[in-house]
Design a binder for this molecule. Structure first.
Ligand code: HEM
Ligand code: HEM
Length: 225
């Protein structure tokens, strides 16, 4: 290999972002399982965990490592069009952070998760357990929320997850672009020197403090009544 093309190992996904992703995937899998089985108490706890994680990610999108920040991956419509055009003609460049389409799916996933959690807050399993906010609205709205939560939102979320995992596998198998290893190890090996995400002990402790703050916010939301 010629020395003119030296390779650079760049930290793209900081540890907080990677931990967020693993924990989110585990909790969401657990939520679908406990929802279907009817393990509702555990379901509630996992739902509160997901809300904590999503709130954390929204904050981290402003103060996290370079490639985790929304301003560094949410595309303008023009960039999005250019990228879609490039994908069509098989010339899309490998992105460093999320590619423009991936960025949209990240935002979509976070929105759908938030809606799922809050519809859960208003849901009632009609056996023994009710979400923490059911007393705030009329009974027929609770019925609508529950129907949305268990018939509509659930399906939208599962479709998004299937698309998500499918796309990641497509990038690996067909486009020969492994997105999975960087989401696990944090690093991408690139031919150009680029901005790395900060991922130090201090930034990780900072993330932990934000997470604790988000957990406290969720605690207060759950105990509003
Ligand atoms: C319930 C399951 C899952 C959910 C809800 C989920 C959600 C997400 C979210 C929200 C992100 C954005 C990460 C961020 O910027 O913070 C993401 C990225 C990513 N996820 Fe997942 N994920 C799930 C399962 C998986 C699985 C099973 C894989 C592995 C096959 C995977 C691979 C990835 C990869 C590689 C990225 C980064 C994509 C990129 O480079 O743009 N995810 N996921
Ligand atoms: C991302 C988060 C969540 C996901 C993915 C999720 C998913 C599900 C699923 C798949 C079901 C079973 C639906 C069915 O009967 O087919 C369910 C039921 C239920 N969930 Fe969630 N859930 C989430 C969050 C929450 C939260 C935060 C609460 C309340 C605090 C909640 C309360 C309930 C209740 C009460 C039911 C029973 C509804 C019924 O009997 O039809 N969920 N959920």
């Amino acid at each position: 290999m010629p020395h003119t093309h030296s390779l650079h190992r760049i930290r793209v996904w900081d540890l907080p972002t990677r931990s967020f992703h693993v924990l989110l995937a585990l909790c969401v899998a657990g939520l679908i399982a406990t929802g279907e089985i009817g393990l509702i108490q555990l379901h509630f706890w996992l739902g509160y965990a997901v809300l904590t994680l999503v709130l954390f990610r929204l904050v981290w999108g402003f103060v996290g490592g370079h490639w985790s920040r929304f301003i560094n991956f949410v595309p303008t419509p023009a960039k999005l069009r250019a990228y879609i055009q490039a994908v069509r003609t098989q010339q899309a460049p490998h992105s460093i952070g999320h590619n423009p389409l991936g960025a949209l799916s990240v935002l979509g996933m976070l929105c759908v998760l938030l809606i799922q959690v809050f519809s859960g807050f208003f849901s009632d399993d009609e056996i023994a357990n009710t979400g923490p906010w059911t007393a705030f609205i009329p009974a027929d709205w609770v019925e609508m929320a529950t129907e949305y939560h268990s018939e509509v939102g659930k399906v939208i979320l599962i479709v998004l997850i299937v698309l998500h995992v499918g796309t990641v596998l497509y990038y690996k198998r067909i486009k020969n672009d492994d997105l999975i290893a960087p989401m696990l190890t944090g690093d991408k090996v690139l031919t150009t020197e680029t901005q790395a995400s900060r991922d130090t002990r201090t930034s990780r402790l900072f993330a932990l403090a934000i997470l604790v703050g988000c957990a406290y916010v969720v605690y207060r939301l759950v105990n509003l009544a």
